[in-house]
Design a protein around this ligand. Structure first.
Ligand SMILES: Cc1cc2nc3c(=O)[nH]c(=O)nc-3n(C[C@H](O)[C@H](O)[C@H](O)COP(=O)(O)O)c2cc1C
Length: 217
């Protein structure tokens, strides 16, 4: 697959086969991901790859914490979101609705509990950053995440970034013995896509480029 096809075809996967992913494949994808650029080449990322029984334990704990705290997937904003952006999220959820109806599951249960369960993926990868870095260094992790999802796609694997997990960072760090001074920035669900699941037929839309670009010349 050439890079442009990989970029065009990749999408978030929200139903996985239970089949385990060979450790060498995960290592290969991580090795490709850490080729991502980072400010001053500080490579400010640390990975916790959770699989097998530990992954089940992580999911169980996350779902339990979600049911207690009820913090849902949503934009983490510091001010009310301008309507332009809010509408994009709304439109994306609306686009998913027919698939939830087909699956006979309520949308928020599917998204929130699904995210906590890494959508059934056999691998959950937590990406942390030392808390000596400022939030500006989250950009580096964002780029790495982009590399990761594309590299995984090239290996025939599906991914879904799981931001919801950061709402439960304390519990997750406690469960996985992640030191206090490490920020949990993002997690990724990784596994083989379940092609039979209706939700995996969903492809999110993009606004036309004209709405987000200003040419200065
Ligand atoms: C930082 C970040 C956090 C995300 N967190 C979640 C999440 O917790 N649950 C989920 O289902 N999808 C999550 N997503 C996936 C987005 O919903 C998805 O990328 C977006 O709708 C665009 O769709 P696409 O990835 O299929 O192109 C996250 C994506 C990013 C980049």
């Amino acid at each position: 697959m050439d890079l442009l096809t990989i970029i065009r075809d990749r999408k978030s996967i929200r139903a996985f086969k239970p089949d385990s992913v060979p450790r060498e494949t995960i290592e290969e994808i991580l090795k490709l991901s850490i080729l991502a650029p980072s400010a001053i080449n500080l490579q400010p990322w640390e990975f916790h790859v959770v699989m097998g029984e530990e992954k089940q334990r992580l999911s169980r704990r996350l779902i339990k914490t979600y049911r207690e705290k009820q913090i849902s997937c949503g934009p983490s904003t510091v001010k009310p979101l301008p309507k332009t952006f809010g509408r994009r999220g709304f439109k994306t959820l609306e686009g998913m609705k027919p698939f939830f109806e087909e699956m006979k599951v309520p949308s928020d249960q599917f998204i929130n509990e699904g995210s906590c369960n890494f959508y059934g993926a056999p691998v959950g990868i937590l990406i942390c950053q030392d808390d000596s870095f400022s939030k500006a260094n989250f950009v580096d992790i964002g780029i790495l995440l982009g590399y990761f999802v594309l590299a995984a796609h090239a290996f025939g694997l599906g991914t879904c970034p799981i931001g919801l997990i950061t709402a439960y960072a304390d519990e997750m760090k406690d469960l996985l013995n992640i030191p206090e001074n490490k920020n949990l920035v993002i997690a990724i669900a990784l596994g083989y896509p379940d092609r039979e699941s209706p939700i995996n037929r969903f492809k999110s839309y993009r606004e036309p480029l004209e709405k987000m670009v200003r040419w200065v010349e």
